[in-house]
Each structure stands twice: as structure tokens, then as C-alpha cells.
Design a protein around this ligand. Structure first.
Ligand code: FES
Length: 574
């Protein structure tokens, strides 16, 4: 059949010569019967399971349900591992390895006899790394998220992943709770399989998968341990086989319209600032033009509808019961804020997918005309302190600080910060602007989530919970505060952030989109002469990364990975 001859897997399995013998024979050592090589779609299940990535610890089980679906639809599933990035364990930061993992994914897909792929994703960086790698190959692809943990509970309290922890940590440092009370929450916060159950980066990226149309409806919110997550996996397995038959490749779904939808959805859910970096990088892989400015132009005026931590009160389990992402998208659609004709992996336009979406709880998912927080999408700031841009998430900040002028208290790097922040002699008060340098892509290296610097104890003891903070770092999606992030160019690349000194005045004006260092150009030029870059790694992947990483304003990909190479295999190996 002509259709079977088109499948790329048949260039491995489809011949009756030496090559076909080799490719089939060794696979048969796993017990696969001969008819599985007859030209049916071969589906790769790209698995980020690892016991060192606890958020993805249930993925071997999840993969079995995908396989069921693939077999039911007449496909041949083959599971394969790729580098797994566990947010809480990896040092110096998981973000250092996002691009490395994406290379693993890209090369694993291209080099193997795979016609379509299901990406199993959960913890923060596993989603962008898999999407980016697959995008550079551009075969039929469905993203399947592993789902969030159940709501964290301990004693009679709810505790959200990350968000609750940061809060308790500040309470401990301010002397409001005891160490024993603090540690009591440890087991209760993470009490089921799944990823962080706040609207942190993992939940945000799972929502982006659904909003982009590259996952099936319902992908974002079904809890990891809910049986419906396994149903979702089975349906995903069935659907990917059909996508191969229809040649529905990734680039047919990930269009400019899909990204515009995702940006607006990110605003409506109070999503993580990390989505900015990941979607910019993904768009560049698939060949869609997307800029940092698009985030402000398209998303900043969109209201936040979802009352989830860290911007609000509830957790992902509540979000699912309230209707999940389809309910949010239906609200946006009602305001004309979505491209309803954007194609999704189920073969339908997104408007078709969401048109009957119910909303079961308006306290969790607000109506657009009664938003949780008005005009709360990510704002992109520029000015002489970040000429290439910086971002702030207003929904997680304090409005009284959105127009602020303060004296800089400068930390040269994260070690300097840790060494001095608890020092009672540190000359700082709540009106100051805390500045952290050398935590961008090159500086850390890897661009760590340290931008939401904890406040000094003497400020916390006054009952102050927020200060303006500026850095070239990222921030955990579970974090909050009036925090300016991703200042670009970064300090380690010689950006103006490198030139800030203690006592300089900094002004922030979110409404005017300005971040200014009130130091004249002549003085800055003098300081620049005296500036030297921090030492860079001398070998290994860290050196490759620092030598080639692009700025945060374009997604912090490696320069030689931007774009794609398709799925073409250059030559046979034997
Ligand atoms: Fe894995 Fe938060 S640590 S999602």
C-alpha cells in the first residue's frame, strides 16, 4: 500500500534483504511477532521516567496505557528513555540541561524507526526539552503530561508545592513558626504521584501543551493519580496512530496562531514566567516568529481568571474539578481572544474542542467580566537596565510596588547573596531594590530560579512580605513577589546589570514598562572599563553551553540548535 511505503519506519523494517533482516531480527529478541513489522505505524513513546525525577516517577505505568491505545488503533508502540530533568535534585540547575535533553530527544527520534511520537512530560524542564527536540524533527507528535499531585495537606492546612514552602520558610526566618512545625509539612505537601500542584512551571507548561493544541483536551489538569489520567494516556495512544496516517506533523499544529493562543492562556491562568523562555525557544525550533514583545502586546492586557497559587488560593486539583483549561479557554473565546480555527492534535480546531466546556466553580475559574485579577499577563520591561528586555508577572506581585524608586542593594552573585542576606548589619530596608547579578544563562551557568530572593530577616520582622527585586535570573513558577526577571543582556555577558553599584537609584514603572538605572552614561562607561567577565567553565557540556547559549530574550537555546533538521536520515549504518 502506498500509505505504508511512506512511513519512515519501513526504511528499517520494510525490506526483505540484509538490512530488513537485521532491523527486525534484533527487535524480535524482545518477543515481537513478525506482523508488527508489516508497515503499521511505529509509535515512539519518549519517556522521561526516572526515580531522580519524582514528578515523573509514575511514567512507566503511564506508558503502558499509551501502548494499549497504540495497539488498539493498529500501531506498534516502542518506548524509549531520554535524559530526565528532575527540578529538585539537579545541580547547579535543571535549566542548564534543558537544551542538552532536547538534543537527546531530537537525535533519538530522528535516528530511530519511528513514525510518530508521544512525549511523556511532567516536571518543569521535561516539557520544553521534549517539545523542542521533537519540533526539530517535525514528525506527528502528541504531548502527554503526567498530571499534578493531589492538593498538599497536612494537619488541617492546605499546602501548595513550592508556594506553601516559600511562605513557611519566610515564616520560620521571621520567627513566626517553629522548625518542628516547618518540618511537619514535608510529607503532606507531596502526598501523591505527579508534578507540583500549584500553577508553577510544570502546570503552566502542561497548560501550554493543551493551549498550543499539541496535547489532547484535558491534558493540563487531570491529577496524576486520577484514573482519567490513564484514560487520557490510552486515548493519546489511539490518536497518535491516526495522526501518522493523516501525516499531521507538529508544524501543522504549532503555528503562529497556536502560540498567540498560548500567550493569552498563560495570562489567564496566571502562568509562570518560565513559559516565556520555553515558548520563545520552541517557536524558534519550529520556525514560528515570536518575540519577547509579543508577550506584552498579546498577553499583558489579558486578565487572570484562575485563582490558583502562587497568584491566588486554590490548587490544580480544584482547577480540574472546576473545569480545567477548556473552561478558561471558553472564557477567552467569548472575548475574541483566541484563534478558534487553530488546529489541534485531535484533528479538530480548538474552538470545536472548547465550545461546550462547562465551568463548575466560579471561585476557581472566574468569568472574564468578573476576573480574578484584571490585566495581569506578563509585562515586558525595557530601559537602560535591561535594554533587550526583562519580565515581571504582575499577578504574583504587589501593586503598591509597581511604581517604585529605591536604592540598590547589590549582590554580585548567588554566593554573595547567601553570605550576607541574613546579616543584621546589611544596610537594607523595605524601600531598597535588591539586585542580583550573574545568574543568567551564562552567569550561573544555566539561569537558576533564584530571582525571587528571600527578604532580609530584619525586613520580614516588620511584617513586610514583598520588596522590588531585579536580576538576570529566572524565578520558580511557584514563587511570588514584585520580581523583575530575565534582565537582558545578562551581567555575565556585560549587560548594564553588571555595572550597578550599591547606592545607585533604580526606578521601576510597570505601567510605563520601564526599568531604569539612574546613573549617567559617562559614569557607566567608566564602570564598564573596569568590568571583567566572571570565569567561565573550561570543559564539558557546561563549556559548550556557555560558549553557545543565547540570551533569555530569545529563549536561551544554544545557537546551533535553533530551527530544525526534519526527520530525514542521512544514511544506513550497515
Ligand atoms: Fe517537578 Fe515542581 S519539582 S514539577
Amino acid at each position: 500500500m502506498a500509505e505504508k511505503r511512506k512511513l519512515r519506519s519501513q526504511s528499517w523494517f520494510g525490506s526483505d534483504d540484509l538490512h530488513g533482516f537485521i532491523h527486525r531480527s534484533w527487535m524480535k529478541n524482545q518477543g515481537y511477532p513478525h506482523d508488527l513489522f508489516d508497515g503499521r505505524p511505529v509509535i515512539g513513546i519518549c519517556n522521561t521516567w526516572s526515580e531522580l525525577t519524582p514528578c515523573n516517577g509514575h511514567f512507566r505505568e503511564l506508558a503502558e496505557w499509551v501502548k494499549r491505545g497504540v495497539y488498539e488503533a493498529g500501531g506498534f508502540p516502542l518506548e524509549f528513555p531520554v535524559m530526565s530533568l528532575g527540578e529538585t535534585n539537579l545541580r547547579p540547575t535543571s535549566m542548564l540541561f534543558r537544551n542538552l535533553a532536547s538534543m537527546d530527544v531530537e537525535e533519538s527520534i530522528r535516528a530511530n524507526p519511528i513514525d510518530g511520537v508521544v512525549l511523556l512530560m511532567g516536571c518543569d524542564k521535561t516539557t520544553p526539552s521534549l517539545l523542542m527536540g521533537a519540533a526539530s524533527c517535525d514528525i506527528p507528535t502528541i504531548g502527554l503530561s503526567g498530571g499534578p499531585m493531589l492538593s498538599g495537606r497536612y494537619h488541617d492546612k492546605t499546602v501548595g508545592s513550592g508556594t506553601g514552602l516559600w511562605k513557611m520558610s519566610e515564616d520560620l526566618r521571621a520567627g513566626k513558626i517553629t522548625k518542628a512545625e516547618f518540618l511537619a509539612a514535608e510529607g503532606g505537601m507531596s502526598r501523591s504521584k505527579g508534578h507540583c500542584m500549584t500553577m508553577g512551571t510544570a502546570s503552566t507548561m502542561a497548560s501550554m501543551v493543551e493551549a498550543l493544541g499539541i496535547g489532547l483536551p484535558g491534558n493540563a489538569a487531570i491529577p496524576a493519580v486520577d484514573s482519567r489520567r490513564y484514560t487520557q494516556a490510552q486515548l493519546t495512544g489511539r490518536r497518535i496512530v491516526e495522526m501518522v496516517k493523516a501525516d499531521l506533523t507538529m508544524s501543522k499544529v504549532l503555528t503562529r496562531k497556536a502560540f498567540e493562543n498560548a500567550i493569552r492562556v498563560n495570562a489567564a491562568i496566571g502562568g509562570s514566567t518560565n513559559a516565556v523562555i520555553h515558548l520563545l525557544a520552541l517557536a524558534a525550533r519550529i520556525g514560528v516568529e515570536l518575540t519577547l514583545k509579543d508577550w506584552d502586546d498579546l498577553g499583558s492586557k489579558v486578565s487572570c481568571l484562575v485563582n490558583l497559587q502562587p497568584s491566588g488560593q486554590y490548587l490544580m486539583e480544584d482547577f480540574y474539578y472546576a473545569g480545567g483549561l477548556p473552561a478558561v479557554m471558553k472564557e477567552l473565546a467569548g472575548e475574541g481572544l483566541l484563534h478558534l480555527d487553530a488546529l489541534t492534535v485531535n484533528g479538530q480546531a480548538i474552538g470545536e474542542n472548547i465550545k461546550d466546556a462547562p465551568n463548575w466553580n466560579r471561585a476557581v475559574i472566574h468569568a472574564y467580566d468578573a476576573p480574578f485579577k484584571p490585566e495581569a499577563g506578563i509585562a515586558v520591561l525595557s530601559g537602560n537596565l535591561a535594554p533587550n528586555g526583562s519580565v515581571i508577572k504582575p499577578s504574583a506581585g504587589s501593586p503598591h510596588l509597581f511604581k517604585h524608586r529605591g536604592r540598590a542593594v547589590v549582590f554580585e552573585d548567588i554566593e554573595d547573596f547567601h553570605a550576607r542576606i541574613d546579616d543584621e548589619a546589611l544596610d537594607v530596608d523595605e524601600n531598597c531594590v535588591m539586585v542580583l547579578k550573574n545568574c543568567g544563562p551564562k552567569g550561573y551557568p544555566g539561569m537558576a530560579e533564584v530571582g525571587n530572593m528571600p527578604l532580609p530577616p530584619k525586613v520580614l520582622r516588620k511584617g513586610i512580605t514583598d520588596m522590588v527585586r531585579v536580576s538576570d535570573a529566572r524565578m520558580s513558577g511557584t514563587a511570588y513577589g514584585t520580581v523583575v526577571l530575565h534582565a537582558s543582556p545578562e551581567a555575565a555577558a556585560g549587560g548594564p546589570l553588571a555595572l550597578v553599584k550599591n547606592g545607585d537609584m533604580i526606578s521601576l514603572d510597570v505601567a510605563a514598562r520601564k526599568l531604569m538605572l539612574e546613573v549617567d552614561d559617562a559614569t557607566l562607561a567608566e564602570r564598564r572599563k573596569a568590568w571583567t567577565p566572571p570565569p567561565a567553565p573550561k570543559r564539558g557540556y557546561a563549556k559548550l553551553y556557555v560558549d553557545h547559549v543565547l540570551g533569555a530574550e530569545t529563549g536561551a537555546d544554544l545557537d546551533f540548535l535553533v530551527g530544525g533538521s526534519g526527520a530525514e536520515v542521512p544514511r544506513e549504518s550497515h
